[in-house]
Design a protein around this ligand. Sequence first.
Ligand SMILES: [Fe+2]
Length: 146
Amino acid sequence: MKVEWKKGYAIGVEEIDGQHQELFARLNALLEGEENGRGEKELLATLAFLDDYTKRHFAAEESLQRRFAYPHYEMHAAEHRHFLRTLAELHERIATSGPTAQNVKLACHSLESWLITHICTIDRPLGEFINRNRNQEWEKWLRSQF
Ligand SMILES: [Fe+2]
């Protein structure tokens, strides 16, 4: 089953929504890579990219929250750390038993459902906060970060 970003996941901030779409696309590439029998090397490269992209995305979101004194920053950042731990567990599983179909599928779908819940419940209020407050200074900053 495809991992797909849907319009309903939009939080109304183009820069962040764009990165979320990319995250879904990367997860899907990982899943399709496994389904199409692509080699271990390619799966590991996709996983490494997902890893890197997720870290950059979370860092940008968190830095925005610190910069503009978002009141729920601590809780939000803790959620991000939780996701990174899940991703690290996936790395460990793959390192010990290889990117088996079961490992990849399970991981992609659990990361997907985490993302959907996170975006719809935690990122959405952040989107509202940004849209309530954004001004020229924010625009400039958003463009430089995302
Ligand atoms: Fe977030």
